[in-house]
Write a protein that binds this ligand. Structure first.
Ligand SMILES: Cc1cc2nc3c(=O)[nH]c(=O)nc-3n(C[C@H](O)[C@H](O)[C@H](O)COP(=O)(O)OP(=O)(O)OC[C@H]3O[C@@H](n4cnc5c(N)ncnc54)[C@H](O)[C@@H]3O)c2cc1C
Length: 570
């Protein structure tokens, strides 16, 4: 297997060892130091490297784009800012919504066609599908079977089993196919997750084919012939090991696959102004949804598209964090992961929210704690209570600042006592909870607990100890009364009364990006005047058009973008 999460960087050996096919390594080296008209015109002093196709990001969209482009005979450079490939995709479970009548569906007697995929992902009666871009969905639907077959041919490890359905996002035909774990080695799987069965085979196909993967290399600018007109001719990167600039020329196209914008407060607040900097993102701290394609794309005149798909807040856009007491609690970080030190702790799961109350940054309860995890999940949609839960979590706190009331967001804390720890059988110590980085606190009294949790870096609006004491006293009176007079939590069961008292980080976590750069059915980026930008494609969560969770739309987008860039009209 190719490189794993070993020390960062790209060596000359990496550059040329696998580059024999079609002289890819040579093509890259001959680009070094080349001056050309496009570079001069675009204000880039020189091109340090050159390839036909330059892909930004090595996740669920980037690797399929790179492998497909290489198969079509192009020289390919992938830049990836992380120390290993895979992005969110390698951390994911990679349960894949590809259908259209693929071989797995046929094996289990499931009827499906491209038209069925199209019709379900453009349903007018479901909030996740009604805003989808019809041209993008049409192309997605038409390429489902082709991409499934292509992935199988590249060794992607689809698990044999009857596909399940994905009702939460409007699609009803069984299409969800799981993947197998790549290996038992955490250096290869990163967090012991089946996304490795998608990413490692694609990485191998890419490297074996001669794709150059430059790790720890961040795209910081997209270069167009003129600031907002003409072709996209390359990218400017920062080598994160040396802090040096690398200018990479793209003869045919740049395909930006930077994974969405949930980690970027500037971009995410375009869609929803409440998503200020305190909110964390699922899959961090392994990789960011950097929003770099969106920001740098907009800087050269690209348009955003389908923005209401994000503002819709559906399904996995944001959710109650699954593991509390740590910052990154979307999924459980395993202490055996080589990236565990970045994560800080695994977190603890709440079996029954009768065992805790949730308070906002000023120490007030704000909603019935027992509502479910996420928007739009489950057979009934579960949409309304979660929608209101998030609204309250993000805006119920009010501070008086300079004599004027201000509505603020801020952290959400789960507050509980020693009896709750016993009932839930929690281990309130590292590596389960993150004491060192300030995401889990305790106190002999509630007042001491409030003073302690104010040390958390995101507590910009300190909690008054008296406020927390009053909140708990009121909640305890609801337990006596058997009724929550404030938020209707079903028959509150347990008082919070036995020291020690605890506060665990339980702030909503952001996850999927459902809007991004506007693309057409070829994943060619559209500018603010509605015209395709020559040589610029975007795929994966950074592209708009189809509100579908996960890797399927990413794989299809990357594959189609590469095909179109090299052959035209994919
Ligand atoms: C815990 C978890 C479980 C999931 N489970 C599933 C599941 O079961 N099924 C499913 O379909 N989906 C699942 N997903 C979602 C899925 O992983 C994502 O939808 C998918 O990976 C998005 O693909 P992408 O290519 O857009 O982004 P990514 O896969 O995240 O790849 C983007 C890459 O771009 C890199 N990058 C960003 N900015 C730059 C820059 N400026 N320069 C260079 N590189 C950059 C990032 O480091 C990253 O490697 C899950 C996600 C998580 C976190």
């Amino acid at each position: 297997m190719a490189r794993k999460s070993k020390p960062p960087g790209i060596s000359r050996r990496d550059l040329i060892a696998k580059g024999g096919a079609a002289g890819v390594g040579a093509a890259a080296l001959s680009g070094a130091g080349v001056e050309d008209a496009a570079a001069a015109q675009a204000g880039v002093p020189r091109w340090d490297r050159t390839a036909d196709i330059v892909v930004v990001g090595s996740g669920a969209a980037g690797l399929p784009a790179a492998v497909r482009a290489r198969d079509l005979g192009a020289s390919v450079i992938v830049v990836e800012e992380n120390t290993d490939v895979g992005g969110h995709a390698i951390i994911s479970n990679a349960i894949t919504n590809l259908g259209g009548g693929n071989a797995m569906q046929k094996k289990y007697g499931i009827q499906d066609t491209a038209d069925d995929v199209y019709m379900e992902y453009t349903r007018p009666d479901h909030p996740m599908t009604r805003y989808n871009d019809r041209a993008v969905v049409r192309s997605f639907a038409d390429h489902n079977v082709e991409v499934y077959d292509y992935m199988v041919s590249k060794g992607v490890m689809f698990r044999d089993g009857r596909p399940a359905n994905a009702q939460g996002e409007g699609s009803t035909t069984p299409r969800r196919i799981a993947m197998n774990l790549y290996s038992s080695d955490f250096a290869e799987t990163i967090n012991g997750t089946a996304g490795s069965g998608l990413i490692r085979p694609l990485e191998k196909a890419a490297r074996d084919g001669g794709v150059q993967i430059l790790l720890e290399t961040r795209m910081v600018r997209i270069v167009r012939e003129q600031p907002t007109s003409g072709r996209v001719v390359g990218i400017v990167c920062t080598d994160l090991k040396t802090n040096k600039t690398i200018n990479i020329r793209a003869r045919r196209a740049v395909i930006a696959c930077t994974g969405g914008s949930a980690s970027n407060p500037v971009v995410r607040t375009i869609y929803d102004s409440r998503l200020t900097e305190e909110y964390q993102v699922g899959c961090e701290p392994y990789s960011r949804q950097s929003g770099d394609a969106e920001q740098q794309g907009m800087a050269i005149g690209a348009s955003l598209g389908s923005t209401n798909a994000q503002a819709n807040e559906m399904y996995l856009a944001q959710q109650k964090t699954a593991f509390i007491g740590c910052r990154y609690g979307y999924a459980r970080w395993d202490p055996r992961s080589p990236y565990f030190s970045r994560a800080g702790a695994s977190g603890i799961a709440v079996a029954d929210y009768q065992d805790a109350i949730l308070v906002n940054t000023v120490g007030n309860r704000f909603y019935d704690e027992t509502v479910g995890m996420r928007l739009g999940a489950g057979s009934d949609g579960g949409w309304t209570p979660m929608y209101h839960y998030f609204a309250a979590a993000m805006a119920s706190a009010v501070k008086v600042i300079d004599g004027r009331k201000q509505r603020v967001g801020g952290p959400i804390w789960a507050i509980f006592d020693e009896d709750a720890v016993a009932r839930e059988e929690w281990k309130v110590e590292p590596p389960f909870v993150d004491v060192a980085n300030g995401y889990f606190f305790s106190g002999a009294t509630l007042a001491e607990l409030a003073r302690n949790l104010n040390r958390n870096a995101w507590m910009k609006h300190p909690m008054e100890p008296a406020a927390l004491e009053a909140t708990v006293a009121r909640y305890n009176s609801f337990v006596d009364a058997g009724k929550d007079a404030d938020f209707g939590k079903p028959a509150p069961k347990y008082k919070i009364q036995k020291p020690r008292f605890y506060a665990a980080w339980a702030t909503p976590i952001l996850h999927d990006t459902y809007a991004g750069l506007r693309v057409d059915g070829r994943w060619n980026v559209i500018d603010v005047f509605g015209k395709p930008i020559p040589g610029f494609y975007c795929a994966g969560e950074s592209a708009s058009g189809i509100t579908q969770h996960g890797v399927a739309r990413c794989m299809v987008g990357g594959y189609v973008a590469a095909t179109d860039a090299l052959r035209g009209r994919a």
